[in-house]
Design a protein around this ligand. Structure first.
Ligand code: ADP
Length: 197
């Protein structure tokens, strides 16, 4: 059983990396961004509430995301491990996630922080905006999302560093090299867990 958080600014490539980690370690992928976009596409009551936040590059309110995530996570059998992608994004979300996982006695094992310089983030997101079809991939919203990340999500680095769970990976490398580094960190953790009681 393995629970991983992948964490990084918009455009850091965490979605791409998650897809590979899911395959290698047989995890369930919980991407709050994907789930929210699906709600919008299906025009559900949640979708109608969150669309405006997302289109403006703002975070969806914690209660909405938490309720949605608890519901999604509860669908899967208890033995499955998760990769949380795009969640948590605030200290409050992280505290609530810890509480939820404590109740099931299955804490977060590793938190991977994918680090990319700000000018590269802009470049990547402007580049992908043409094909992504995402309503939040425009110049104004990209800038807002990065600012929101710095203000509300970046503090999570210290939160997880203090828990001794943070692994920083250089996201400026190629997709394969980044994936290798993430795999090494996860394998290291798994080996340590097997050796130590
Ligand atoms: P990115 O990291 O590229 O911004 P995501 O798909 O992770 O892409 O998120 C897209 C948008 O969805 C965010 O800008 C935010 O509005 C909303 N969102 C996703 N996850 C969360 C979350 N955990 N808390 C609040 N809002 C979220």
């Amino acid at each position: 059983m393995l629970n991983v958080i992948i964490f990084g600014p918009p455009g850091s490539g965490k979605g791409t990396q998650s897809a590979q980690i899911v395959k290698k370690y047989n995890l369930i992928h919980l991407s709050t961004g994907d789930i929210l976009r699906h709600e919008i596409m299906e025009k559900t009551p949640i979708g109608c509430v969150v669309k405006e936040y997302i289109d403006n590059g703002l975070l969806v309110p914690d209660e909405v995301v938490l309720k949605m995530l608890y519901h999604k996570a509860s669908i899967y059998p208890k033995r499955e491990g998760f990769i949380f992608d795009g969640f948590p994004r605030t200290i409050y979300q992280a505290e609530m996630l810890d509480k939820m996982l404590e109740r099931h006695n299955r804490p977060i094992d590793v938190v991977v922080s994918v680090e990319v310089k700000e000018d590269e983030l802009f470049k990547r997101m402007k580049g992908r905006a043409v094909d992504s079809g995402r309503s939040d991939d425009n110049e104004f919203t990209i800038k807002k999302r990065i600012d929101v990340y710095k203000e509300q999500t970046y503090p999570l680095i210290d939160f997880y560093r203090n828990q001794g769970k943070l692994v920083a990976v250089n996201g400026m490398d190629s997709v394969d090299v980044v994936f290798d580094h993430i795999s090494q960190a996860v394998d290291f953790y798994l080996n340590k867990k097997n050796i130590l009681p």
